[in-house]
Design a protein. Structure first.
Length: 789
DNA sequence: GAAGTGTTAAATCGC
DNA sequence: TTAACACTTC
């Protein structure tokens, strides 16, 4: 859908340099021709009067100077911003290439582009509408040398970053026990999100490990530079540096993009803010659109202060509020407003609607996550049959998705899962992309390290390390280290042979650079032995991987050809976001609350509304509840007609169950009870279905109790094995039908899950004392029949 | 060097 | 529960 994008905005064109001009000066931002039929402006103007309300129209027509559009949820924010872009062009106020609109995802950019085009009569037009990060890439590719990079730098994502950190730890002989790798990576990312250099970090940090983290930070940046690679943060930070240090570039860019539009302004972080300031030194034609109540990316360093201080930052700014909601029923809007009004850090903005009151909000209280999912799937099916869809199931954390997947699959309802197992995150896809990158640039160390022994070609850990050391010692790329070593005969025997084969392969990759992307990709997958290895594996998983690669070839086939087509393909793959894969065609979409930003659905399920999960325990610990509450607000306001909330009294983490029942989310208490109808899970739980069937049955799974001493018939056990032995001595089976251990969790058909207090074996039967949390009774005594082993 | 076995740690949100 | 890692064996 958005594949043609980068080509469209002119990345593929060589820079237009004026003869005699200093490098980087002048109109070096690239442009694409665009034209409009005569009379288009008139047609546009009449459209506006029909489609926009007074405030929206005001926002659209306020062209000169800074304007902040405070848009409430469902108030037609995207509509307003797209109309504004079309208006600028339709009225002849701006050429398409003088407009820069920045969004947060490629999906949003693609949709916006589509809408602008249709507003202008379906003509392909080319204002630059892209994400901060793709804008950063464009800028950097053009001016890489000014920040000491090569233009063909690689973009590394989180996965690559983790690999780099591992390598770093090896080189610095750092141990995870000394400084947990994930901690270092997290803090360094956090610092970069705030725009800090390593030195600035050291100055400000009071962390016990600050010095060690500082050293990793410095080494990490050096390693990136040495590898000619940038991470996501650098895609903003380096352009900021570029513009700060090069007034000529800043000026020409500022004059070139005369109109700047920023979407989701509340989620900009300090570096992005700096970039915006640098782009508005030549003029103040900035339209920022945002909603402080929907600021949900504090974790990414987003600073809600940016939107709260807009008037100070841009003196004379006009503030336009969009307060009419066109999306949700009165009930839904009331609930959302009630929740978010508990926040302090917000502007005064009151949403209202002309839509009817609508149905009550349903709150479903489940016994366990499976029941919650079963209910959601069943209700979703009902609404789909009513023709009320599409449906969204929203949750706080990705791990919750599995239950819903199972539930929908059980009802044979097709769903789309956004995130977690994204196509471009799959190992085989990433490997294939690494091969492509190497074909373009064999000095791409990150890619080379990735596929050095993928598929296995006899280059083991030892050889690998030696190669890394060689490159490090000579401070050259792995590729040149490899060639050097082969010439000088550093390696011998099997290692040398394997490396030689690999070097020949890499060499041959280069030949395919001139071929169409998909042809080259297929050839590379064959020549590298990748597909062969998958076929020989024979497993179902390998077959799936092969299919994914086939899919990648298909994507490549649809990719527009051009001199820069490989580069664009790889850049887009690198900047690919989970949400970009959502096509809006599915009846049911499963995703996190964060991914749901900007979307709307007739029917929304907001699941897992439990203390500790939502709000997340970490947010509670860090006292970051306002952001969680905004996230809740975002979730509630995605719904147009029907809204379901749910929570589960029990939930498993790491295959373990919590000891006590979950408490309902505090956000649920913030919704006026008159808006909510509560349903308890009984009717939907397996317990209910089995209530009248046969005797009470107790079954349990043996819970690992390693390193934890548990009393059981007077003895203590410190390992699974010792418990297992003790059970076997008593002729009790230890798996499946379940040996019972004190402290174990058991499933009871009527009362749900309970905790074993005492187990007393007796003549084939076992007397079990179980405690159930907030069930009908606190204590239950029963008998379980266990099969002898 | 690769494959197999056992132990352990883990998972908030994302460009 | 599961995936990654360390360690052993082939």
């Amino acid at each position: 859908m958005s594949h043609g994008f980068l080509a469209e905005v002119g990345l593929s064109e060589p820079p237009r340099t004026n003869p005699g001009a200093a490098p980087g000066s002048g109109e070096d931002t690239g442009s694409v021709q665009g034209s409009f039929p005569n009379g288009r402006a008139d047609c546009m103007a009449s459209d506006f009067r029909i489609d926009l309300n007074e405030q929206q129209l005001l926002a659209v027509q306020h062209v000169e100077g800074p304007v902040l559009i405070l848009a409430g949820a469902g108030s037609g924010k995207t509509r307003t911003i797209t109309h504004k872009i079309a208006y600028l062009m339709g009225q002849g106020l701006a050429r398409p290439d003088e407009i820069l609109a920045v969004t947060f995802t490629n999906k949003a950019a693609g949709e916006m582009r589509g809408r602008v085009e249709s507003l202008l009569g379906g003509l392909p037009v080319s204002p630059l509408i892209c994400t901060f990060h793709s804008f950063g890439v464009r800028l950097l590719r053009r001016h890489a040398h000014r920040v000491e990079y090569q233009p063909d730098f690689a973009i590394c994502d989180v996965d690559d970053q983790k690999r780099l950190f591992k390598q770093l730890y090896l080189e610095m002989s750092l141990k995870d026990e000394e400084l947990p790798l994930e901690k270092a990576r997290g803090i360094i990312g956090w610092a970069k999100n705030r725009g800090w250099t390593a030195d600035e970090y050291l100055e400000r940090s009071r962390d016990f490990d600050a010095q060690a983290i500082y050293e990793v930070f410095v080494a990490y940046q050096n390693l990136l530079r040495r590898s000619n690679a940038v991470d996501f943060d650098d895609l903003i930070l380096l352009p900021v540096r570029l513009l700060e240090e090069n007034p000529d570039v800043r000026r020409s860019l500022g004059r070139f993009y005369r109109f700047l539009l920023i979407d989701e302004y509340q989620d900009t972080n300090p570096p992005q803010y700096d970039l915006i300031r640098l782009l508005t030194t030549e003029h103040q034609n900035i339209s920022a659109v945002g909603d402080e109540d929907q600021a949900i990316y504090g974790v990414r360093g987003a600073d809600i202060g940016n939107i709260l201080r807009f008037e100070k930052d841009f003196p004379g700014a006009r503030i336009i509020k969009l307060e009419q909601n066109y999306r949700s029923t009165q009930n839904i809007l009331d609930a959302a407003t009630a929740v978010v009004s508990n926040n302090v850090a917000r502007k005064d903005k009151v949403l209202w609607t002309r839509l009817p009151k609508g149905e009550s909000i349903i709150l479903f209280v489940a016994d366990d996550a499976g029941t919650e999912a079963a209910y959601v799937a069943e209700q979703a099916r009902r609404h789909l049959e009513d023709g009320l869809g599409p449906v969204a199931v929203l949750y706080r954390t990705n791990f919750q998705s599995r239950q819903f997947e199972e539930a929908f699959r059980r009802l044979s309802i097709r769903y789309q899962l956004v995130g977690s197992v994204s196509f471009y995150k799959r190992k085989e896809v990433r490997d294939a992309l690494a091969y492509l990158r190497l074909a373009l640039n064999p000095d791409d160390d990150i890619s080379l390290a990735r596929i050095l022994n993928e598929p296995p070609r006899g280059i083991g850990q030892v050889t690998r390390n030696r190669l890394f050391q060689l490159a490090s010692a000579r401070s050259c790329s792995l590729w040149s280290a490899l060639r050097g070593a082969l010439e000088s005969g550093t390696f011998s025997g099997k290692a040398a042979a394997s490396l030689k084969t690999f070097a020949d392969l890499l060499h041959s990759l280069r030949e395919w650079e001139s071929h169409p992307l998909h042809v080259a990709l297929e050839k590379i997958l064959n020549a590298s032995g990748y597909l062969k290895a998958l076929r020989e594996d024979g497993s179902e998983e390998a077959a799936n991987r092969a299919l994914n690669l086939q899919e990648l070839v298909t994507v490549a086939r649809d990719w527009p050809e051009g001199p820069e087509s490989w580069r664009e393909f790889l850049d887009e793959a690198a900047l690919h976001a989970d949400i970009d894969e959502m096509d809006g065609k599915a009846d049911v979409t499963l995703m996190t609350l964060h991914n749901a930003k900007g979307l709307e659905f007739p029917v929304v399920f907001l699941a897992g509304c439990e203390e500790g999960l939502f709000p997340h325990s970490r947010s509670i610990a860090e006292n970051d509840l306002e952001e969680e509450r905004r996230l809740c607000y975002v979730g509630l306001t995605r719904a147009r007609k029907r809204l379901y909330l749910s929570y589960s009294r029990r939930r498993r983490f790491y295959g373990r169950e919590s000891d006590e029942a979950n408490q309902p989310s505090r956000f649920l208490h913030e919704i006026p009870s008159r808006l909510v109808e509560t349903i308890y899970s009984e009717r939907y739980s397996p317990a209910w279905a089995n209530r009248r069937q046969g005797p009470v049955f107790l079954g349990a799974a043996l819970q690992p109790v390693a390193k934890e001493k548990r009393a059981w018939t007077g003895k203590s056990y410190d390992s699974v094995e010792s418990v297992r032995r003790a059970l076997e001595e008593r002729n009790l089976k230890t798996k499946e039908s379940g040996g019972l251990v004190a402290g174990a969790l058991i499933v009871h058909r009527t009362f749900g899950r309970g905790r074993v207090l005492k187990v007393e074996p007796a003549a084939g039967d076992v007397k079990v004392t179980v405690q159930f949390p907030d069930g009908v009774k606190k204590m239950l005594q029963s008998y379980a029949r266990l099969k002898p082993a």
